[in-house]
Design a protein around this ligand. Structure first.
Ligand code: AHR
Length: 321
């Protein structure tokens, strides 16, 4: 049987009334959010994408999602296409810090507010974005440094550190390096002997760690990895070199994804500093607040902890990503 459009609308209206919704709500257009994601380089990123998609669905927000596959030019293209489609709000996690002025100016000229999630941009004019929500990467680097200083307090000789940096030019790579160095520089026994990018991926983390091991061998005391995925890749390289991760080489990383907890429970990773990817619900309420005419705080910082291997088994069942 064919249902006429009028009958269908009447039925929908009756259902809305029965559910206690005002009829005017039916006439309201769904909010549209354009989101440009960096890619799928890590377990963290996958959890972040999932959080954004599920929170949009739960909030009744139409999500236009675009995966930039690690390329800034793709993010710029996606933002331009969101502007052309006249979305209500644009949000994005910038792969690198610089080079955003022109496209952000275009969004501002089109009167579309931009929310930064996870990573910051480096632009002179702060009015080009309305709010930045995410972790304090500088503090994460400091937490990693403080853990190492405490752990090495009885060590008399030099502590040789190798560092696996995140994506070159990205906010977390810049700040996690800076925060860590700020703490360890208080004691000259801490020496970063090698530092190179592993691009936040397991494959690159393993490859670069192999090169570190070839160059420095058993001289390496500590690995500081800017994320868990690179640490997990490096653990494989360490084992293949016949060394024991977390024993012969102390391993510190950042994110606190489930994979890191599994590595800690297996006794292969010493500590992970939390960086939460679960930004979806916060983003959706910010989108709604914006459209309701509210002013958002310029900076919304995520609260986070540090998880050493000793607490991993107890904490594991509570982990959501
Ligand atoms: O910007 C957050 C970082 O990006 C996470 O630490 C890393 O795993 C991810 O790829």
């Amino acid at each position: 049987m064919k249902t006429s459009r009028r009958t269908a609308v009447t039925t929908l209206a009756a259902a809305a009334l029965a559910a206690g919704f005002p009829l005017s709500a039916l006439a309201q257009k769904k909010l549209v959010l354009g989101f440009s994601q960096i890619g799928a380089e890590s377990e963290w990123r996958t959890a972040n994408t999932e959080s954004i998609k599920s929170a949009a669905a739960a909030a009744g927000i139409e999500l236009k999602f675009s995966d930039a596959q690690q390329k800034q030019e793709n993010q710029i293209k996606a933002i331009r296409s969101f502007i052309a489609q006249k979305v209500d709000v644009i949000a994005f996690s910038p792969v690198v810090e610089s080079g955003w002025e022109p496209v952000l100016r275009e969004a501002k000229a089109a009167k579309i507010p931009v929310i930064l999630t996870d990573r910051a941009v480096n632009v002179k004019d702060d009015s080009l974005w309305v709010s930045f929500m995410g972790s304090d990467f500088l503090e994460e680097g400091r937490k990693a440094g403080r853990w190492l200083v405490e752990k090495s307090k009885d060590v008399k000789g030099d502590v040789h550190i190798v560092e696996l940096q995140g994506t070159v030019g990205s906010a977390p790579a810049i700040d996690r390096k800076k925060g860590f160095e700020e703490i360890i520089k208080a004691d000259p026994k801490f020496k970063i002997v090698r530092s190179q990018t592993g691009d936040f991926t397991r494959a690159k983390g393993k490859e670069v760690m192999e090169a570190f091991l070839k160059a420095e061998g058993k001289k390496i005391n500590v690995l500081y990895a800017h994320n868990d995925d690179m640490a997990i890749g490096a653990i494989q390289a360490i084992e293949e070199a016949g060394l024991k991760p977390a024993k012969d080489i102390t391993i510190i990383s950042i994110d606190a994804v489930k994979g890191a907890f599994e590595a800690m429970i297996a006794g292969k990773l010493n500590v992970t500093v939390e960086c939460s990817p679960l930004l979806g619900p916060q983003l959706m309420s910010a989108v709604k607040d914006l459209k309701a005419g509210k002013t958002l705080p310029k900076r919304i910082v995520t609260e986070e902890s540090v998880f050493p291997m000793e607490v991993a088994a107890k904490e594991f069942p509570n982990r959501k990503y």
